[in-house]
Write a protein of this length. Structure first.
Length: 342
């Protein structure tokens, strides 16, 4: 495969490397992800993360394995192992469905390579289209609040919600971005803060529980988040803490927008209750770990509840900003997402 580089994926001499998102921002280290075992390990550890990126990394690896001479049967097993690596973000399943179609073509090696490269190129275009559609909703002087990380690190392009914010900033519309640190894994504090800094977008980092008082003081004009899965009724699974922001935004009369590519849609999933939610290790809540080391503050035997995502009901969402444009609550009530193919 040709040499390829995105913010957090790299293909060089038929090997896949990922930018370790657990080591950022202190360390910028590229890790080998050229086997199913290695990539699944990186996905489990969130060294590769973000709904679009998970799907793209798995697709690239399959293409590389095909080029390395793996048989169709071996690739089919690899595909299913990768599909099971994280359960909530549907982009992984949608991307791998496309790769599976390529796998069943007679000349499957070039078909898989072409499909993986197409998915990367498409994702860049989807991000650009989302950024354009979303920034039309941003009013001059906006103070925006965002959660988790939805930027170039999480996609092949400029990102989803963060792409909107960056594009709006380029148009001079953003006066400040409130960045939720996003416990437990701190994607906001580590990754979004870093990306916004690199882009020169003014931001202030807050702990998640500060959003309510900022909204009460009238310091937030809109909330922008990404999505891991959008159900047919418009319910959205996203990083834990998203739902509480949506409730707060509704109470304070602040628009709450979800930005995502169509690869995040799951028309076969009727509503949020049917979205599988990943449960994660207790150690993520009892302490924190990164390139800075690991600390634990909770008692050794503390019992922990740690769902990685929550579901925001459609009724709390002011607009779903897709690559195809802004979908309104009225359109969603009229069944817009039902039957929309990814
Ligand atoms: O557990 P993560 O870090 O993979 O969760 C990421 C999110 O929830 C993002 O908001 C979502 O994947 C959209 S990324 C463009």
């Amino acid at each position: 495969m040709q040499t390829l580089q995105t913010t957090s994926l790299r293909v060089v001499k038929n090997q896949l490397f990922i930018l370790d998102q657990q080591a950022l921002p202190q360390e910028k280290s590229w890790l080998d992800a050229s086997s199913v075992e290695a990539l699944v390990g990186h996905i489990h550890a969130l060294r590769v993360r973000g709904a679009p990126l998970i799907g793209l990394s798995a697709s690239l690896l399959l293409a590389l394995l095909a080029e390395r001479g793996n048989s169709r049967d071996e690739l089919a097993v690899a595909l299913e192992t990768l599909r099971a690596s994280r359960p909530t973000a549907v982009n992984l399943m949608n991307n791998l469905d496309r790769m599976k179609q390529a796998l069943w073509q007679e000349d499957f090696v070039p078909a898989l390579v072409a499909e993986a490269l197409r998915l990367i190129e498409e994702d860049k275009q989807l991000c650009d289209a989302i950024a354009k559609a979303g920034s039309a909703l941003v009013k001059p002087g906006s103070r925006l609040l965002t959660h988790c990380n939805t930027g170039g690190l999480a996609t092949a392009g400029v990102g989803t919600a963060l792409g909107v914010i960056a594009h709006a900033h380029q148009q001079g519309l953003v006066s400040n971005v409130w960045v939720d640190e996003t416990r437990p894994l701190l994607q906001g504090g580590r990754l979004t803060a870093w990306e916004l800094g690199e882009l020169g977008v003014p931001y202030q980092l807050i702990v998640d529980s500060m959003a309510a008082s900022l909204m009460a003081k009238g310091e937030v004009d809109a909330v922008w988040v990404g999505a891991d899965r959008i159900a047919a009724n418009g319910d959205v699974a996203n990083k834990i803490g998203t739902y509480s922001l949506a409730v707060l935004a509704k109470f304070h009369g602040i628009p709450f927008y979800v930005a995502a590519p169509h690869t995040t849609l799951d028309p076969d999933c009727p509503n949020g209750e049917a979205i599988p939610i990943e449960q994660r290790a207790a150690s993520e809540v009892t302490g924190v770990a990164g390139s800075f080391g690991a600390v634990q503050w909770a008692p050794e035997k503390a019992r922990v509840y740690n769902p990685a995502f929550d579901v925001t009901p459609a009724a709390l969402i002011a607009g779903w900003v897709l690559d195809t444009g802004v979908v309104t609550p009225e359109a969603v009530s009229n069944g817009f997402f039902r039957g929309s193919a990814a």
